[in-house]
Design a protein. Structure first.
Length: 326
């Protein structure tokens, strides 16, 4: 009887997988990766949805590791390819109400030191309310900027025009350099700003970089490269810490475009501070994904389980809505 019941259960579970109970069919784009990338032009009222990541993974894992997992929705207010972009953004999050906080603190104060064996009432259920964080930001440097301003640095409210930054795009100058030479320069405006030369790298930071290379290699696509034999060449490369190098082959990235699962062609580039996945579209070189390493924010504790969210943070573009209306 037990064996028959087990067989019936297996058949039932297999049926659920085949039928897809509770799942909706997702439309898949028929475009090639090159065509899909070329089709992702932007215009006013288009929306871009970003999701925070840790170790390149988003969703509940970010919460578990102590990070902020709420999506950020960007609405394009202006866009001139290779010239300028304007964005309005929102983050919708749940915050504990003041009354709930007060009730929790009162409960903890009253029952925190209750002796063993004394019955205490259940803790009050936390209550939350929805809060919408809003902001706007602009760039007029899509032609030649070499600074990227990641969303976690954007301020609430009117952020105005960020000078010499292309926000979450590569400038056309950077894009052309990557395509033609596989190298360009990019600053995140974080810890790498203070490490512009080899002399500014402390022994601790350099030693930490060496220690984590093997750990982060799978995250940034490295690990199989051989070290240059020319010592002068090695030193020269180490001095220029804002330089990134692209992979010799195009990559691919999958996201939802107007609710259609779409795979686009990308350029993959990295250095010791971050890895970048860039849309292979000269008129819209959007950074689809960034994975930071601990050195990007000067954190020498990035390998600690309690500090992973800070040390290995980043974001990924999950959706683009081109049919958004005013």
């Amino acid at each position: 009887m037990t064996r028959r019941l087990s067989q019936s259960l297996l058949i039932f579970l297999a049926g659920l997988l085949l039928v897809g109970v509770g799942c909706q069919t997702v439309e898949v784009s028929t475009l090639s990766v090159e065509e899909a990338a070329a089709s992702l032009s932007l215009s006013v009222y288009n929306e871009i949805v970003l999701r925070p990541t840790v170790l390149g993974v988003g969703g509940q894992l970010v919460n578990w590791l102590g990070g902020e997992a709420d999506e950020r929705v960007l609405s394009v207010t202006s866009f001139m390819p290779n010239v300028s972009v304007g964005l309005e953004w929102t983050i919708t999050t749940d915050v504990e109400t003041e009354e709930s906080i007060a009730a929790r603190e009162a409960y903890e104060a009253e029952y925190a030191e209750t002796p063993i064996g004394v019955e205490i009432p259940e803790a009050p259920e936390p209550r939350y309310e929805e809060r919408v964080i809003r902001g706007s930001i602009q760039s007029e440097s899509l032609a030649d900027a070499h600074v990227v301003t990641i969303p976690e640095l954007w301020t609430e409210g009117d952020g105005g025009i960020v000078e010499d930054s292309s926000l979450i795009w590569f400038s056309v100058e950077q894009y052309d350099e990557l395509v033609n030479t596989r190298k360009t320069h990019v600053s995140l405006g974080l810890f790498d700003e203070s490490l512009s030369t080899l002399e500014n790298v402390s022994d601790d930071a350099q030693g930490y970089l060496d220690a984590i290379n093997a750990f982060i290699a799978p995250l940034t696509g490295g690990g199989d490269e051989t070290e240059p034999t020319d010592e002068e060449e090695v030193l020269e490369e180490e001095k220029d810490l804002t330089q990134i190098e692209a992979s010799g082959d195009f990559g691919q990235y999958t996201l939802m475009v107007d609710d259609v699962r779409t795979t686009v062609q990308t350029i993959e580039a990295k250095n010791s501070f971050a890895s970048y996945t860039i849309l292979a579209n000269r008129d819209n070189p959007l950074i689809l994904e960034i994975k930071l390493t601990p050195l990007a924010e000067g954190s020498l504790k990035g390998l600690s389980p309690t500090n992973l969210a800070e040390g290995f943070s980043g974001y990924e573009v999950t959706q683009i809505h081109k049919t958004s209306v005013e």
